[in-house]
Design a protein around this ligand. Structure first.
Ligand SMILES: C[S@@+](CC[C@H](N)C(=O)[O-])C[C@H]1O[C@@H](n2cnc3c(N)ncnc32)[C@H](O)[C@@H]1O
Length: 281
């Protein structure tokens, strides 16, 4: 299934007028965001670590010649760019194409090898079961999925070494733990939080004065992390009892929530949060 962009209206609203500005789309996916940025007159540099999106990226390049560039790398490699940008947008998580392709092993609805790699390179989740210890798996399930019986499931994983999505699913007794277990293993194997942390560290330096960073998140772990980074960027530095505080480099953007029409037509919008900041120096 083609990915339906989530919170696109809210993202465009938070970006304001982007005609002739240069925008990084950190998470190209099916290109829904990039297309909207290009249509609004922006130049776009897009990242995606999944090579399966290259055909869609090439199609956009043809449609908007000279305005679009695609980089098939993790978005943390934006740190290597030397130009400055007007906006950097992250639409975090996985796309509908990834979750709906059975052999990629993201979904417990289909029986497939336990893969879950966004980039199709490096070790799969199954490979990592030989690397991670019981306590490491427990920590992954707890911190990335808030899984109650994390220790018991981690122990069962190390004992049974499930090779497929269904073998893993069958180790989980309570159906309500299945989605969080799959989510947390996906976050771990793709080092999703590490990627966000590394990329966000470079954002202040990559943005022009007045530039904006917008993040759309899908689960509370990501959202909490983005919120804490943005809070740090927008908090004045110094001793609040002293008359002079160093003003923060960023201001928070008030972002719209999904419209009820969007919530009805796109179930992914229900768990989406949008946060944004503007660089004030
Ligand atoms: C939710 S989808 C983006 C959908 C896109 N906004 C659209 O409108 O089609 C997330 C995409 O980001 C990619 N992605 C996630 N983390 C990434 C990372 N660290 N580096 C590069 N791409 C990443 C995934 O492969 C996926 O294609």
């Amino acid at each position: 299934m083609k990915h339906i962009p989530v919170l696109l209206g809210a993202v465009m609203d938070a970006l304001g007028d982007i005609k002739d500005s240069h925008v990084i789309d950190a998470t190209f996916g099916a290109g829904g965001y990039s297309r909207e940025f290009l249509t609004a007159g922006a130049f776009v540099t897009a990242f995606d670590r999944d090579a399966n999106v290259i055909d869609d990226a090439n199609a956009l390049d043809k449609e908007f010649p000279g305005r679009f560039e695609f980089i098939n790398k993790p978005f943390s490699s934006m740190c290597e760019l030397t130009e400055k940008f007007d906006a950097i947008v992250f639409d975090l998580g996985i796309s509908s194409m990834q979750i709906d392709t059975p052999e990629r092993g993201f979904s417990f609805r289909f029986d497939a090898p336990l893969d879950m790699r966004m980039s199709n390179t490096g070790p799969t989740v199954y490979d990592m079961f030989s690397v991670w210890s019981v306590s490491e798996i427990t920590k992954i399930l707890k911190s990335f999925g808030d899984v109650g019986p994390a220790a018991a499931i981690a122990k069962a994983i190390k004992q049974e070494m499930p090779r497929t999505t269904f073998e893993l699913k069958n180790l989980i007794h309570n159906p309500k733990d299945i989605a969080p277990v799959f989510q947390s293993l996906r976050i771990a194997v793709n080092d999703e939080l590490g990627e966000i942390e590394r990329a966000l560290k470079c954002v202040p330096n990559l943005l022009k004065p007045g530039g904006r960073c917008i993040c759309v998140t899908f689960h509370s772990i990501e959202d909490r992390f983005v919120k804490s980074v943005f809070r740090e960027w927008t908090t004045p530095v110094g001793d609040p009892r002293m008359p002079v505080m160093v003003s923060p480099g960023f201001e928070l953007l008030r972002a719209k929530t999904p419209t009820s029409a969007e919530l009805e037509s796109n179930s992914r919008a229900r768990s989406a949060h949008i946060r944004g900041v503007v660089k004030s120096y």
